[in-house]
Design a protein around this ligand. Sequence first.
Ligand code: SAM
Length: 246
Amino acid sequence: MRIDVYTIFPGIFRSPLREGLLGKALERGILDIRIHDIREYAPGRHRQVDDAPFGGGPGMVMKPEPIFEAVLNTLGYGWEELDRLKEEVRVILLTPRGRRMEQSLVRELAEEEHLALICGRYEGVDERVLEHLCTDALSVGDYVLSGGEFAALVVIDAVARLVPGVVGNRESLQEESFSGGLLEYPQYTRPADYRGWRVPEVLLSGNHAAIAEWRRRKAFEWTERHRPDLLRGGGLDPQAWGEGGD
Ligand code: SAM
């Protein structure tokens, strides 16, 4: 999968793309992630990327020209090919005004061959970028970040994990939070007794059916307590989960 990122702070991506799963996937060529500095496509000696908002108000807005130029030039499309670009590349503006990202959308994006992520700063991005260059507007949650770079990293990380070959053990993707409409069950490792805090006995029992049942129940209880909206949306029936002690 190829991902092109557009930012005025390319340095933010250096370390996250060098470490861990992402670093390995890039090294092995499973992912091709290219970071582009929008400022290089800004005209004039000062390479101005922002300006005051029309209609007044606080802060600055990112200008459209450097963003259009950066995307068209780096992806190799002409002005008359904007429609073809949007058919061939998922061009995503990161913005708190966008569709809120969920695992179902992450799965959808992981099926794409080519993503382009545009990172805003200041008060945001001139709306014509969204109207004429982008296919999607995406938010990583109901809060405001200082820049789209952090949101882009969230998108890259979540999507990359689902690209075949990035996560070694595919099984771990099947049982994790959101995969079956529930949050994940609690996990424990050695020591079985730490300062008198014991791991639930069932996990030490070797009884795989009992362990699976305990995990299903815990996943359900946790989801019911912390994210009841997931249960309502997923059509899961609380009564279907058995009663039982630890
Ligand atoms: N004035 C904007 C608003 O109220 O919607 C917020 C601008 S924010 C300070 C600067 C940039 O950070 C945005 O243009 C966007 O790229 C990014 N950003 C902030 N919060 C985000 C979120 N929840 N999801 C995705 N991107 C976000």
